[in-house]
Design a protein around this ligand. Structure first.
Ligand code: R1P
Ligand code: URA
Length: 284
């Protein structure tokens, strides 16, 4: 019945049933999804981790790269989405439309750390807040009455998916790396809303990191997509969406250190394997 949806401004789908941004139709996306930001990371995980000798389909539209294949004989899609909450919104909403049944979605990204742990530590987001810059703070009419950044209340990941992801990471890294759990903060900028100082703009963000740590003592990481995944998964109405997220700590915002590229490349692969293990262990 998608043909009748041509011209539907509310949820655009073309005559073949292809959704407007992801560029796929029903049957072309697995109900188990591993999503990452970086296109190269997705291709690497596809090439190294998918079962060999099986059919793999790759598509690409509006910045969404979708690789569907099998991991240990279970169908999985690896999807790179680029950066930011709107891209995650497209993935979850349009991905929901083209799949059937319960979904399991794991995000594997990179992040900054609010705790003084070594770069290359792996973090699992038990829950997540959203940090938004409020431009009204800078408006001539409201200066100093409106806070420059809003920190939302926390939303939890799926308890079972988070636990399976934590166990898979602990098993995969087996003491070679620390695996921590905590609260993640998703920000609407890599810069101002993550407390980075930039003398080219008046960001009024000196107090941001201390205030996140004060309001959320469990705060561990900062990145740019997970909140949208957790929030939409929790608000899914028709079928459950079980979501969890893991990140590689790339930047330690306390000590100011940054992870080298070789180490990052290995962690992407090993953590990607842990994510796929967690995804296929979910009974959907
Ligand atoms: C910023 O450098 C990007 O890195 C993080 C942030 O969430 C943001 O997307 O995740 P990815 O490595 O998955 O892109
Ligand atoms: N990604 C982010 O969003 N922030 C960091 O500090 C590192 C990676």
């Amino acid at each position: 019945g998608d043909v009748g949806n041509i011209g539907n401004a509310n949820f655009p789908v073309d005559a073949d049933g292809v959704v407007y941004h992801l560029g796929v139709k029903k049957g072309q996306l697995s109900q188990r999804i591993l999503t990452v930001g970086d296109y190269g990371r997705a291709i690497k995980l596809r090439d190294h981790l998918f079962d060999t000798g099986k059919k793999v389909v790759t598509s690409e539209h509006r910045g969404f790269h979708i690789h569907t294949g099998e991991y240990k004989n279970v169908p999985v899609s690896i999807v790179s989405i680029g950066m930011g909450t709107p891209m995650m919104d497209f993935l979850v909403r349009e991905g929901r439309y083209v799949t059937e049944g319960t979904m399991a979605i794991v995000r594997y990204g990179t992040c900054g750390s609010l705790r003084d742990v070594p770069v290359g530590t792996l973090a699992i987001a038990k829950e997540c807040v959203l940090i938004r810059r409020n431009p009204d703070h800078w408006h001539a009419d409201s200066s100093n009455q409106v806070k420059p950044y809003d920190i939302s209340k926390a939303v939890k990941g799926d308890t079972e998916m988070v636990e399976k992801l934590t166990n898979a990471f602990t098993t995969e890294f087996n003491g070679r790396r620390q695996v921590i759990q905590g609260l993640n903060a998703t920000a609407d900028s890599f810069y101002s809303s993550q407390g980075r100082q930039d003398s080219n703009f008046d960001d009024h963000n000196q107090e941001l990191i201390p205030s996140i740590i004060q309001t959320h003592p469990d705060a561990a990481t900062l990145e740019m997509e997970t909140f949208q995944l957790y929030h939409l998964a929790e608000r899914s109405t028709v079928e459950p969406i079980k979501a969890a997220a893991a990140t590689i700590i790339l930047a330690n915002r306390v000590s100011n250190s940054f992870l080298g590229n070789d180490e990052k490349a290995q962690l992407e692969l090993d953590g990607g394997r842990a994510c796929l293990e967690a995804l296929i262990s979910m009974k959907l």
